[in-house]
Design a protein around this ligand. Structure first.
Ligand SMILES: O=P(O)(O)OC[C@@H](O)[C@@H](O)c1c[nH]c2ccccc12
Length: 266
């Protein structure tokens, strides 16, 4: 049976074809070379965590397949300034147009409005999308284990590192964790555990908590999705998780800066 992830990946194959029609590879490479230098996504996150604070990647997310439209008044530059003001370590910007109502331009606008590093949140399955990410100014990319064979994960990771991009590798269960660890990635990546199942949309914070005993010591982990407030942050921090990716609960607030400050706490 075909689920939402398969549907999204089928659309990505079309978009990659369009990208390859719009640019020659040498033209896309030239844009990527001309882009602003990467800001150091992992370094920014790690310095916040090392300082003993909750390190939050705050997400610019207008809509999602599971929630529909999340925020009516949507201004990526304003949101970026709110998130920076509220103490975000990094930003995440959805660039997928069809399923999340995102846009490459939103990443450009958000990044230009602050000094924080930005991850391009999309479904990357091809090297051209990695180069496109650098061309629009991304500092980090997401690679989703459920969408990639181990060999492709490694190839895309290597491509990202060659462009000085950091990588957030997302898993959702123990099998995906084993695959990622077996892929033999070097440095320059972080592990993300998505509490939301991309196939069923079920969101459980136990997804992160249950996987913790299986993680290699010293591997930094980001808990993603379903963080609704300060109580969830406290619960995670009590279990030793200090890095967070938060979208919806901040996007629904009239003043995201204040909401983020409350989430991070003292
Ligand atoms: O809005 P939430 O529940 O705070 O979740 C944010 C982020 O984790 C979620 O948007 C996400 C995690 N992994 C993804 C992969 C693709 C698209 C979106 C995502």
């Amino acid at each position: 049976m075909s689920d939402i992830l398969d549907t999204i990946l089928a659309r990505k194959a079309v978009e990659i074809g369009l990208l390859q029609q719009r640019y020659s590879r040498s033209a896309l490479d030239a844009l990527a070379r001309a882009a602003d230098a990467p800001r150091g996504f992992i370094a920014a996150l790690e310095s916040r965590a090392a300082a003993g604070s909750a390190a939050v990647i705050a997400e610019v997310k207008r809509a999602s397949p599971s929630k529909g439209l999340i925020r009516e008044d949507f201004d990526p530059a304003w949101l970026a300034r709110e998130y920076a003001d509220g103490g975000a370590a990094c930003l995440s910007v959805l660039t997928d147009e069809k399923f999340f109502q995102g846009h490459n331009a939103f990443l450009v606008q958000a990044r230009a409005a602050c000094t924080l590093p930005v991850i391009r949140k999309d479904f990357i399955v091809d090297e051209w999308q990695v180069v496109e990410a650098r061309a629009i100014g991304a500092d980090c990319i997401l690679l989703i284990a459920a969408a990639l064979s181990p060999a492709r994960l490694k190839a895309l990771y290597d491509a990202a590192r060659a462009w000085q991009l950091d990588v957030l590798v997302e898993i959702h269960d123990g099998d995906e964790l084993d695959q990622v660890l077996a892929a033999g990635l070097g440095d320059g990546w972080l592990l993300g555990i998505n509490n939301r199942n991309l196939r069923s949309f079920e969101t459980r914070l136990e997804t992160t908590l249950d996987l913790l005993p299986r993680l290699p010591a010293g591997l930094p982990v980001v808990t993603e999705s379903g963080i609704a407030g300060a109580a969830d942050v406290a619960r995670m921090r009590a279990a030793g998780v200090d890095r967070f990716l938060v979208g919806e609960s901040l996007m629904r607030q009239p003043q995201p800066s204040a909401a983020l400050r409350a989430l991070i706490g003292g």
